[in-house]
Design a protein around this ligand. Structure first.
Ligand SMILES: *[C@@H]1O[C@H](CO)[C@@H](O)[C@H](O)[C@H]1NC(C)=O
Ligand SMILES: *[C@@H]1O[C@H](CO)[C@@H](O)[C@H](O)[C@H]1NC(C)=O
Ligand SMILES: [Cu+2]
Length: 317
């Protein structure tokens, strides 16, 4: 036995002695936006407005809310179409949830389950000005940025937000949405890509890499494209809806992990960096890869974020 222990290659032995994070005692339960009480909704929305008034924690001249799109934009090519897409956004939603709490929010991060709306997304109650997040950009309040005309959201709780950045540019502007189906029409808002059936097929995939690729390219991308406006560019966290959308993405990953928790809480694979045409095949990602967060929070390894029920995260759905 002793010899067999000693014969384990150094790298494997080292990895096996990294202690797992402690399991947490009383996980909070993240809820669907429309099952929050009116008080919980108000508390969430007030905290968003609070973040949009606090000064930047990154030393920028803009608000703490703007720190989120700013960092997301800066890391755009490191965190999309790569293995770390799911863990990075899980960590990012957690950091946002903490920031909301520091601004007085008493609940947990909430999600938008778009599968519930896929039979008629444009008519969904999520767009309600009172119980939802406000609706499509208003064609009667067009705004011109760099020669292009955009539609501003003119109802709901976020109509007065003034996102500061549009990708790399400082250009304070209204919150924009532009519902579409890939043409000039609103149509079905790409709903075939996020029906309960479409999501069930992704849920049935057996390995992390194919699960991540299909979730990111399918429902995740479809919602960004269908809502459009500020939800489209690399500063997409400009729209608070981003966080409800990405909490749902995180929920689907968590539900997938729960199918076989012992295996899937460590199932992580795929390209570490984007596969660009003409470049050598990128290296494989590992659980020890460090997620950059540009001072929004500490940079931590992916393995620390794999379980939602650790002392770091401590939530369920
Ligand atoms: C978008 O929706 C319109 C109106 O329903 C429809 O005529 C058009 O074919 C759709 N386009 C795409 C690309 O799905
Ligand atoms: C990289 O992407 C290109 C184009 O999308 C694809 O044809 C190629 O097979 C990919 N390479 C690998 C190693 O997956
Ligand atoms: Cu993103």
């Amino acid at each position: 036995m002793l010899f067999r222990t000693l014969a384990v290659p150094a790298a494997v032995a080292a990895a096996s002695i990294i202690p797992p994070r402690a399991t947490c005692e009383n996980p909070t339960v993240r809820k669907e936006w429309r099952s929050l009480s009116a008080d919980e909704r108000d508390s969430y929305i007030s905290a968003v407005h609070c973040l949009a008034k606090q000064p930047s924690k990154l030393g920028l001249s803009t608000t703490q809310y703007d720190d989120f799109p700013f960092v997301h934009n800066a890391l755009n090519n490191d965190i999309h179409f790569v293995a770390s897409f799911l863990p990075w956004h899980r960590y990012y939603v957690h950091i946002y949830e903490q920031a909301l709490k520091e601004c007085g929010y008493t609940g947990a991060a909430a999600y938008w389950d778009w599968t519930l709306d896929s039979d008629d997304t444009p008519k969904s109650s999520i767009w309600d000005p009172v119980t939802g997040v406000g609706g499509n950009g208003d064609p009667n309040t067009p705004v011109t940025i760099d020669g292009y005309t955009y539609k501003c959201v003119s109802d709901g709780p976020f109509k007065d937000l003034r996102p500061a950045y549009l990708t790399d540019t400082y250009v304070p502007h209204c919150l924009r949405r532009n519902f579409n189906n890939g043409s000039d029409s609103i149509g079905d808002m790409f709903s075939p890509r996020y029906t309960p059936d479409a999501v069930a097929k992704i849920h049935a995939l057996p390995d992390y890499d194919s699960f991540r690729i299909n979730l990111e390219n399918g429902p995740h991308g479809a919602i960004h494209s269908a809502v459009a406006g500020d939800l489209m560019p690399a500063t997409s966290p400009n729209d608070p809806l981003f966080f409800l959308h990405h909490t749902q993405i995180d929920r689907l990953w968590s539900l997938w992990q729960q199918v076989d928790p012992e295996t899937r809480v460590n199932d992580f694979s795929g390209f570490r960096t984007q596969n660009k045409t003409g470049q050598p095949t990128p290296a494989q990602a590992t659980l020890d890869d460090i997620m950059p967060m540009r001072n929004l929070a500490k940079d931590i390894p992916i393995r620390d974020i794999m379980s939602t029920q650790s002392d770091l995260l401590c939530y369920t759905y």
